[in-house]
Design a protein around this ligand. Structure first.
Ligand code: HEM
Length: 519
């Protein structure tokens, strides 16, 4: 055999060995084999530790440190649940059609938001609708909504000016303000035009969703095991919660259709409309490449109200709480605002204010509106991981077999506290990390700053640019004109109900701050 032939034979054998090694059958482990914390009870598993700690994350952040970015916890009635904060696994779950909301969550979204809402649509139907809604949420579309944000921000200033010397609960104030923005920007009308009955019912829904009892947590598990058609009948139950849900959808339908009809009439008559989001959408019906019906527009009313109100309202409240805790940071931010703004929101370039934007990113990182989000596998899938994790038998694995029906939790808050990505002091609120190079780039998984506060993938938040501009405008107005501090005898806790909320020590949603006018 010549030297060349021997070399070729050896190379071919080596290549075959490499191929064999790459395609070797790998052992994949199911979620029952993944290590995790012991369960204190069969009925509730670890769920009360996860969802009802006096301070959100008390157990969860410890578990993440102990077991890594993927671990198993016990749900109610002996369920296995996978907690996921590994970026590669999160990216996979959020982009894969094999994962969707659990049956119970789908039913709740259906009751509250209605079947046409974009969040409940899937596959090509979702892609088409989302593409049609998108023109109203682009950077240039959102810039046009700025005057409304400025007007609403000034109305908060007026309320604070009239609030006297006692501490102010910022929660209802900012929740009402974000609803005003949504009403004016999206529906093109003052919030009062939506009707006192609708506003009152909406407030009741927010109130009901700001607490989570042990019974509700158990109900979610039991409900998920019922046949879908039985679960869907629960909306007719004569309870306060179901009554409010039924009313919400009825009011949203009434107002959504009223606004769409008015905008359509105006368009037919060739009248100028206000440039609100629904007008943009109504005017795009029938345009090339847009497959949007009037039903589709009216069908987003409850979703947009819910999605745009307390998500942004709570984010702003947490921002003011952090500033109240940290007077030095507050002074620096105010100095940046005064330098950029004077008293004029007209020409300000919010995106070129480094501390303001670092601060907003840090608030979204530490206080994600939806810190936990549940997904269920609709088929067997092998979940890739960015590193290896331990099984209960102490074996290291780098992928997990997810079986159809397995429940996963997208652990947004845990991901946003991973030291590898956000720095060794990831548990500390420090906006400077965004300016001094502490934050690592890594895989892009969310639409904004690699955060998952707006989630990622096809169902990521459609309104994230809207929310960022609104938060920028509100903060510049409020921090520019007032100083915020914590009243001496009041503590603020962070709990999770449907969203992350500030509460008093009794668990009631509340954020009392002392507010002083400084200009
Ligand atoms: C700080 C403020 C906000 C946060 C943190 C936030 C967060 C989120 C998250 C996490 C989702 C995904 C929900 C899920 O799949 O479970 C979502 C979806 C959505 N958000 Fe937001 N949101 C905010 C503000 C807004 C605003 C102001 C609007 C509209 C005016 C909006 C409209 C939507 C819509 C339409 C969806 C559904 C998208 C789809 O399923 O394709 N959001 N948001």
């Amino acid at each position: 055999m010549s030297y060349t032939t021997a070399f070729s034979a050896l190379s071919a054998a080596a290549a075959a060995l490499v191929l064999l090694w790459i395609s070797r059958p790998r052992r994949t482990y199911g979620i029952g084999n993944i290590a995790g914390p012991p369960s204190p009870s069969w009925i509730f598993g670890n769920m009360l530790q996860l969802l009802r700690s006096p301070q959100y994350g008390e157990c969860e952040f410890e578990w993440r440190k102990m077991y890594g970015p993927i671990y198993r916890i016990k749900g109610c009635l002996g369920q296995n649940r996978l907690m996921v904060s590994d970026p590669i696994a999160l990216q996979y779950i959020l982009n894969s059609p094999s994962f969707f909301f659990s049956t119970t969550l789908q039913a709740m979204l259906l009751w509250l938001l209605g079947p046409r809402s974009v969040i409940l649509r899937t596959g090509d139907d979702h892609r088409r609708l989302r593409a049609s809604l998108n023109p109203a949420f682009t950077a240039s579309a959102v810039r046009r909504y700025k005057p409304v944000f400025v007007k609403v921000a000034r109305s908060i200033t007026e309320q604070l000016n009239n609030s006297g010397t006692l501490p102010v609960d910022m929660c209802p104030l900012l929740s009402d303000a974000t609803l005003k923005s949504v009403s004016e920007v999206v529906f093109g009308c003052p919030v009062e035009d939506l009707g006192a009955d609708f506003i009152e019912n909406n407030t009741q829904i927010l109130h009901l969703s700001s607490s989570q009892s042990a019974g509700q947590i158990l109900f979610d598990t039991v409900a998920g095991r019922l046949p879908r058609w039985i679960l869907h009948q629960a909306i007719h139950l004569p309870t306060k919660t179901f009554g409010a849900l039924r009313a919400q959808l009825k009011f949203a339908d009434r107002e959504g259709w009223r606004i769409v009809r008015e905008r359509t009439e105006a368009a037919k008559l060739g009248l100028e409309t206000e440039g609100d989001l629904y007008s943009v959408l109504v005017n795009s019906v029938g345009s090339d490449g847009i497959s949007l019906s009037e039903e589709d527009i009216a069908g987003q009313t409850s979703l947009i109200m819910t999605a745009g109100q307390d998500t942004a309202g709570n984010t702003l409240t947490f921002a003011l709480i952090e500033l109240a805790k940290n007077p030095q940071l507050q002074d620096s931010l105010r100095a940046e605002i005064h330098a950029a703004l004077g008293n004029d929101h007209e020409n300000i370039g919010y995106d070129s204010m480094p501390l303001l934007n670092a601060f907003i990113k840090e608030v979204l990182r530490v206080y994600p509106a939806e810190p936990l989000s549940e997904r269920v596998a609709s088929e067997d899938v092998v979940l890739p991981l960015s590193g290896s994790i331990a099984t209960t038998a102490g074996k290291q694995i780098n992928q997990i077999l997810i079986r159809k029906g397995d429940i996963l939790t997208i652990a947004v808050a845990s991901y946003q506290r991973m030291e590898t990505r956000w720095g060794d002091d990831a548990n500390t609120f420090r906006p400077g990390r965004w300016l001094d190079g502490t934050v690592q780039r890594g895989e892009a998984i969310g639409p904004y700053a690699n955060l998952l506060s707006f989630h990622g993938g096809p169902h990521s938040c459609l309104g994230w640019r809207f929310a960022i501009l609104e938060i920028q405008v509100f903060l510049c107005e409020l921090v520019g004109k007032f100083s915020f501090s914590l009243p001496a005898d009041h503590s603020i806790e962070v709990r999770v109900a449907t969203t992350l909320i500030p509460t008093d020590s009794q668990g009631k949603k509340c954020a009392l701050l002392s507010v002083k006018h400084i200009l």
